[in-house]
Design a protein around this ligand. Structure first.
Ligand code: ZN
Length: 219
């Protein structure tokens, strides 16, 4: 699998520290199960986090000392503080961290019509009562209406691909967007694009029609 897009480093650090709400942590863990490179990055972050926890509290980190710490640690990954099981392998079409939400696989998903060419399925809510985990299916060649985000939107491609102004996102890729980003994903021709998405606020649609219909769609 050729994975080109990864979570932001701040998202990975929050994942490593165990402070991500469960919907976001599930998206990151599922991505890591699909991405050898992502697991390698997480091992480094875990190592640095563990070393910092063990450091003298008064010790000040001068500029560049984080890099020196990285060099000194090399590939030492004995310190493992991974709070979620991100080591899982992919079974069938559902990576291990996602299987508790999809016991019957993607074929068993009960999709809800959400708009022309677009369907969603709610999977879980975070403990904060705002963040949620859902599946999004966009028909091959169909667009998702142009929108912004009220908060962080973390999207992992499970199958198919889409394109927006940030490039092409295919299986295993993650799009990590905050509230400043507006975009209009369009599914690539061929297969439907199925994504695992964590959001903590409503999407903000630009078109008046979409804004009027949004309460019906529940996104
Ligand atoms: Zn978006």
């Amino acid at each position: 699998m050729n994975i080109n897009h990864h979570p932001d480093i701040t998202t990975l650090m929050a994942f490593s520290a165990g402070t991500l709400e469960d919907p976001y942590a599930t998206v990151v863990a599922t991505h890591l199960a699909m991405s050898e490179g992502g697991r390698e990055t997480l091992r480094h972050i875990n190592t640095i986090g563990g070393a910092l926890l063990n450091a003298e509290p008064e010790a000040e980190l001068a500029t560049g000392s984080l890099d020196r710490l990285m060099d000194a640690l090399g590939d030492d990954d004995r310190i493992d503080v991974t709070p979620h099981d991100a080591r899982g392998t992919v079974t069938g079409d559902v990576p291990l961290p996602l299987q508790r939400h999809l016991p019957n696989g993607l074929d068993g998903v009960r999709w809800k019509w959400t708009g022309p060419g677009v369907a969603t399925a709610d999977l879980a809510w975070g403990k904060d009562g705002r963040s949620r985990l859902m599946l999004l299916r966009v028909g091959a060649g169909r667009p998702v209406p142009e929108h912004g985000h009220g908060g962080q939107e973390l999207t992992l491609i499970l199958s198919g691909a889409y394109r927006d102004r940030f490039g092409i996102f295919a299986k295993g890729d993650i799009a990590d967007h905050d509230q400043d980003v507006e975009h209009q994903p369009i599914a690539e021709p061929g297969d439907d694009c199925i994504c695992l998405v964590a959001v903590d606020a409503k999407l903000t649609f630009r078109g008046r029609l979409m804004r009027a219909l949004q309460p019906l769609f529940g996104i």
